[in-house]
Design a protein around this ligand. Structure first.
Ligand code: SF4
Length: 318
């Protein structure tokens, strides 16, 4: 029996005339990529953290004749601005974002055992929290699907420098597409502004990367875009398990010494009392001028942020 001929490409929406030529080419290529993914994997899911890359992808997916399903993980610790984007997407595109929640019993048990802010205490407890609030709901969201799509970009961080446009996701057992892998932040924002794509207002307040409220802070100009994610940890451990392959691809099964902090220059007397050092670091993390105000459910001060070298053999989320 002769092989089935390939499906004809899905017709694309016309380009916006407001896009300058280089961005128009980028945008057209993105639409074509998404159309091919949708043709090959009609059940592909678009994951959204409601960051600007994700709303750009939602805008693109909305142009397809049959939009792909969009989901997000409501960890219970998101900013109100992020949650509000669900309504923005519905109003603008008529797309119902499927919101996944963690198992309430697992959250309750974790909080009862370790407290509301255990993620500041160690990488292991942070990964445990991400596992409950992100990874397990993601596993449920992806179950039975052939592919998923993310808004990750190589430029975003050290852990994403080797990101492929398409890969097999060993962790969740399905194909994974990262169609913005090679995009720069300028390209993303150029298209977003030209096409009037709605975006999370946190971006205008210094958050290039959107995550849980207590684990994300604004960044300074020139800082790594993901410097505000789990900022008390070492740079190459800052993935939460949603993209565990990134650390493997980057060849970083272990962890190097943390980046120097200003207090390190104070010499040995500053580190003679390890408890005092940890307390100082905690105070610095919490009083950082770019650290956003805590949410109303975040009244405590974290005890002891991790400052030790910790072996990371498994990336832990967004
Ligand atoms: S980012 Fe922070 S609050 Fe959110 S799931 Fe991970 S550890 Fe928990």
């Amino acid at each position: 029996m002769p092989p089935t001929p390939p499906l004809p490409p899905t017709p694309l929406a016309p380009l916006s005339p407001s896009l300058p030529a280089p961005l128009a080419a980028r945008w057209q290529a993105l639409l074509a990529d998404l159309a091919r993914i949708a043709d090959a994997h009609p059940d592909a899911l678009l994951a959204s953290s409601m960051g600007v890359e994700d709303t750009l992808l939602i805008h693109a997916v909305a142009q397809l004749p049959r939009p792909l399903e969009v989901f997000m993980l409501d960890t219970g610790r998101l900013h109100a601005e992020t949650l509000a984007m669900v309504d923005v997407v519905r109003a603008r595109y008529g797309i119902e974002v499927r919101v996944m929640h963690p198992d309430p019993e697992a959250v309750r048990a974790h909080v009862a055992a370790h407290g509301e802010f255990a993620f500041y205490e160690s990488v292991e407890l942070r990964k445990a929290c991400c596992g409950i609030r992100k990874v397990e709901p993601l596993r449920r969201a992806l179950a039975g699907h052939a592919a998923w799509i993310t808004g990750q970009r190589r430029e975003q961080s050290l852990t994403r420098a080797e990101l492929s446009e398409t890969e097999w996701d060993d962790t969740f057992g399905l194909r994974k597409f990262n169609p913005l892998a090679s995009w720069t932040a300028d390209e993303v924002w150029g298209v977003v502004r030209a096409l009037d794509v709605p975006y999370n207002p946190l971006h205008d307040r210094g958050y290039p990367s959107i995550g849980c409220e207590p684990c994300t802070r604004a960044v300074r100009p020139g800082e790594d875009p993901r410097a505000g994610r789990w900022w008390w940890e070492q740079r190459d451990s800052r993935e939460c398990g949603l993209h565990a392959g990134n650390l493997r691809a980057a060849g970083r099964p272990g962890v190097r010494p943390r980046d120097p902090l200003p207090a390190d220059a104070a010499g040995p007397t500053a580190t003679a009392d390890t408890t005092a050092t940890a307390d100082t670091t905690a105070a610095r993390a919490i009083t950082d001028p770019l650290d956003p105000p805590r949410s109303t459910d975040t009244p405590n001060t974290p005890d002891t942020p991790n400052t030790t070298d910790t072996d990371i053999t498994e990336a832990s989320t967004s």
